[in-house]
Design a protein around this ligand. Structure first.
Ligand code: HEM
Length: 396
């Protein structure tokens, strides 16, 4: 079996499940070569992924959670970093700042508004009979939610969300410098928001972040900007990819789609969890071993890169019954699509509300879904999902 978890080509038709299966069986901690780098351990079994993600003492999120180390001259952020790339206790202090906005009860307060947005999105395409489901339906919701959370105009939400796609695309699939330019644009925008919200605070997360304190002091500009970047980045194309990847899975499994639509309100909950497991929009997160240790019997040296493959963990037969069967009624679905441990997805409750609202609106108002062209996948080894997915449908 040829193993290549770096080339975006391996993810050009969805996640490489054949490679994952081979690795889980033959090399659950696989020494993966890395051109221009030292290589990394690819961790593919459910129990190992979960254990690595939870053990922040042995497996650090510093200096980065991406496979490629930051270039030595990439000191643009100075000594600052996103909380995604911090370990407890520093991470705990930063996460606490925004935790309250993301609890299940806080997320539920947004449900009415999110359902209303879902209605508007489907209104926009219902009569067209055909559309690009990614751009016109799935991508609209996270743009709306970013704008809502941050207190920004919707068109700005759309612009910011487009930048996240560029940031998540493999550099080799982009024009030279396009990724860095997108990050810079995001920062310029964030700086404007910072000035506006300082001058005129609103009832939104951006204003609250600017008013809150960490270690008895206000956030510095760069700390605010990194939060801004993280929140927009993390909540954007992940949710979009779940929705488009989810609809694709439903079109490929008409029996499951029929089962779901027979009782949408009663079934959307288990269906959403199964679609999360099935699509696993975040392909991996990286850690760095802080000491000599072992994974699946394989010695790991201090300083080694360790990469957790969530999509593989979610198809591990040792943890999940009939993992290659899409079963929207699956009970107790303990998938790892949102990760585990101290960094477990902070936006998961909002994401669940967005997904339920969109699945409900799309599947109750539109019917007879069929592909209307080739699905084009994101060129990324980090985030998995369709980039474009033309579909045909009828108004129900
Ligand atoms: C289907 C949608 C989503 C998926 C699959 C997803 C998945 C993930 C994963 C795998 C992680 C890393 C967990 C780990 O390292 O253990 C993460 C972290 C995070 N997610 Fe999500 N996410 C989604 C939606 C969202 C949304 C809508 C938001 C915000 C509105 C969000 C905000 C965050 C943040 C802030 C973190 C970093 C948490 C930390 O470092 O403590 N996510 N997400």
């Amino acid at each position: 079996m040829e193993i290549d978890l770096l080339s975006p080509a391996s993810f050009a038709g969805g996640q490489p499940h054949a490679q994952y299966a081979w690795l889980r069986e033959h090399a659950p901690a696989y020494r993966h070569p890395e051109p221009g780098g030292p290589g990394f351990w690819a961790v593919t079994r459910y129990e190992d992924v979960r254990a690595v993600d939870r053990d922040f003492q042995a497996f650090s999120s510093e200096p980065t959670v991406m496979i490629t180390d930051p270039a030595p001259d990439a000191a643009a952020f100075g000594p600052y970093k996103m909380m995604l790339m911090m370990d407890p206790p520093e991470h705990t202090g930063f996460r606490k700042l925004i935790r309250a906005e993301f609890t299940e009860p806080s997320a539920r307060l947004r449900a009415g508004r999110i359902r209303e947005l879902a209605r508007q999105i489907v209104d926009g395409v219902a009569r067209k009979g055909e559309c690009d489901f990614v751009a016109e339906v799935a991508g609209e919701m996270p743009s709306y939610v970013i704008a809502e959370l941050m207190g920004l105009p919707l068109d700005d939400g759309r612009e910011l969300y487009k930048l996240t796609e560029t940031i998540h695309t493999a550099p080799e699939a982009l024009p030279e410098g396009a990724g860095a330019a997108a990050v810079m644009k995001m920062f310029e925008y964030g700086s404007r928001v910072m000035a506006e919200k300082r001058a005129k605070p609103g009832d939104d997360l951006a204003s609250r972040l600017l008013a809150c304190e960490v270690d008895g002091r206000r956030l510095e500009d760069m700390e605010f900007l990194l939060f801004f970047l993280l929140l927009i980045d993390a909540g954007g194309d992940t949710t979009r990819n779940l929705l488009s990847g989810g609809l694709l899975a439903l079109m490929e499994h008409p029996d499951q789609l029929a089962w779901l639509t027979a009782d949408l309100p009663g079934r959307v909950g288990t269906a959403r969890e199964e679609l999360l497991r099935w699509t696993s929009p975040v392909i991996y997160m990286r850690r760095t071993a802080t000491r000599d240790t072992e994974i699946a019997g394989q010695p790991i040296a201090a300083g080694d890169k360790v990469v957790m493959y969530f999509g593989s963990a979610n198809r591990d037969p040792a943890a999940i019954d009939r993992p290659d069967v899409l079963d929207l009624s699956r009970p107790d679905n303990a998938h790892l699509a949102f990760g585990a441990g101290p960094h477990v997805c902070l936006g998961q409750h909002i994401a669940r509300i967005e997904i339920d609202a969109m699945l409900t609106e799309v599947l109750s108002r539109l019917t007879d879904f069929a592909p209307a062209g080739e699905v084009e996948w994101l060129a990324s080894n980090f985030i998995s999902g369709p980039r474009a997915m033309p579909v045909r449908f009828r108004a129900a």
